[in-house]
Structures are given as C-alpha cells and as structure tokens.
Design a binder for this molecule. Structure first.
Ligand code: CP
Length: 318
C-alpha cells in the first residue's frame, strides 16, 4: 500500500482545495488498502503506538465506526468522545475541547461538529493532524472521497464527461458540497436536483468554471434528468436542520427514487446514498437494496479511504 503527496497539507479539512491529482492520489492510496478491508490481506501496523481521538459532537454511525475500524486495521488505538457525554454539553467551546484532547498527547483528531468551518478552526489551534468528519453544512471530505472512489471503480477509472445527479436536500448537505468540488475536479458534470427550497440558485456558481472542470447545473424536475444522467446520488432529507421548513408535502412523489423511476434508469446507472437513508422517502427500500445500488460498496470503500487518510497524515507525521 502507498501514501502520497497530498499529506504535505498536514490536515484533511475539505476537498475544495485539493487538486484532481491529489484526489486521484488519495483514491489510489485507498485502493491499495481495500484488500485489507475485504479480508484478502492482513492488517498493517503502520500506526502502531498511535492514539487517535474521535471527537464526534454530532451523531454518526458510518463515519465514526469507519474511522475506528480503519485505525484498528492500521494498529492505532482510538478514544471516542461523543457530544452527549462531552463537556461541550456544559458549554465548553469546540476549540477548548479539542485543545484539551490534543494536550493529552493524542496523535490525531477526527472531528464532526455542527459548526461550518469547525474543523479548520481546530486545526489552527492544535499541533496534530485534524480530519474533518463533517462540519455543519460545509464539507464531509472523506464521504466525498469514498463517493469518488466508488464512482471511479464503477466507471473504469475516469469520470470526465460523465453526468452525476445529486438529488435532494442540497442546501443542508455537506456531502453535496464535497462532491461538487471533487466530481467537477475530475471532469464530471453535476446536476443538482430538488425543489427550489432545497436547492438554492447560488449552488450553480459555487465551483469556478475551468477548462478541465465539469459544469454544475440545477434542475427542479427529477423526471426530466432521470434518463440522461450516468449516476444518481440520493441525499437524506435532514429534518434536524430544517425545523420542518422547505420540504414540500409532495417531496416523495416529485423527488423520491421509487421503483417506477428506478425502472427507467439504464442498466449501468448506479445509485448512491451516503446514509442514513430515510427509506420510503428519498429512496424506496427496493431500490436501496436493488441492482442499481452501490450503497454498501460505498461503506466498504469508506474504511479504505479512512485508512489512506489516517496513514497518510499520521504515518508521514511521525
Ligand atoms: N454518511 C455519513 O456521514 O453517515 P453517518 O452520519 O452515519 O456518519
């Protein structure tokens, strides 16, 4: 397995500032770790003796366990600090919490928090690598990387000229933002699909136009794009960030990927979802578990991505 030059950055805070070459290098690194995740190669003790702090101030299943599994497979030990049991619930600031964790001598901090920019703020105050595991509505870089890896596997290593629809609650989604940067950097066009209340017009101009960068467009009609896109990424409606506002009563009928719509997809069109899924709302159970779905492959790839990130930042750090 390999680790590559992207690690010179010291942290992984976003995908916005990674070049296509760095994104490719990260996915290549992750591919080299994948046989370990799949059980066909033994674990590698690259981080033996290291201690990694999982600072998760928002709930998580996939990301937190995935980082833990990745760390264990690299020989590191993990300590978990969860929002409900941390002193943030007593009003301690994010920076104070992270600074205290760093002062205990951990070798890296994986952070999920509700503040957009929270991971970067921590990185300014601690001397160890910081990995953003989702900060508010800003970014979720390892999710973007595992999505990229999954799509590159599916499409034979190239995304240039492909069209990917990201469907749903774009406004709340750090996953959508990370994917906008990474997919367009790799030359894919992205169409953001959803009601205008969930797909703000300014999203069309978040990423700059460039000769090698894919284009971003917006559609408020899933049926109109369904048969022209090469891949569909369905997003969870994030009820916890809405207070019930902005979600049309007929959301499921207009934007849900149900059995009928899935039946109109061409055979090779993959369906992704970062999880957790609102089954029966944005995605029918039969589609989530059906032949188009790459959802569990995303999860497996996620461990390989996190191994690459941890090994790249911590092994080269020491
Ligand atoms: N995809 C994702 O971030 O899932 P969790 O919230 O379960 O970590």
């Amino acid at each position: 397995m390999t680790t590559s030059t992207w690690t010179s950055r010291g942290h992984l805070l976003d995908l916005e500032t990674l070049s296509s070459a760095q994104l490719r290098a990260l996915v290549d690194d992750a591919e080299s770790f994948l046989p370990i995740v799949q059980g066909t190669m033994p674990d590698v003790p690259m981080l033996e003796g290291s201690v990694i702090a999982n600072l998760f101030l928002e709930n998580s299943t996939r990301t937190r366990v995935s980082f833990s599994v990745a760390a264990h497979r690299l020989g590191a030990r993990v300590v978990d600090l969860l929002g409900s049991s941390s002193s943030t619930s007593k009003g301690e600031s994010l920076v104070d919490t992270a600074s205290n964790i760093a002062a205990m001598g951990v070798d890296g901090i994986v952070v999920r928090c509700s503040a957009s920019g929270g991971a970067a703020l921590i990185a300014e105050h601690v001397e160890v690598p910081v990995i953003n595991a989702g900060d508010g509505r800003h970014e979720h870089p390892t999710q973007g990387l595992l999505d990229l890896m999954t799509l590159l596997q599916h499409f034979g290593g190239e995304l240039a000229g492909r069209s990917v629809a990201i469907v749903g609650d774009i406004a709340s989604s750090r996953v959508a933002r990370s994917n906008l940067w990474s997919l367009t950097a790799m030359g894919a066009d992205v169409v953001l699909v959803g009601p205008s209340s969930l797909v703000p017009a300014e999203f069309e101009s978040i990423v700059p136009v460039g000769p090698d960068r894919g284009a971003v467009s917006i559609s408020h009609d899933l049926d109109a794009v369904l048969e022209s896109v090469d891949a569909l990424m369905m997003l969870r409606i994030q009820f916890e960030r809405h207070d019930g506002d902005g979600i049309p009563d007929d959301y499921r009928e207009r934007f849900g990927l149900d059995v009928d719509r899935a039946g109109r997809l061409s055979e090779g069109v993959p369906v992704l979802h970062p999880g957790p899924i609102n089954r029966g709302l944005e995605l029918a159970p039969e589609v989530a578990d059906g032949p188009h779905s790459l959802i569990l492959r995303q999860v497996t790839n996620g461990v390989a991505v996190r191994m690459a990130v941890l090994a790249g930042l911590l092994a080269s750090d020491g």
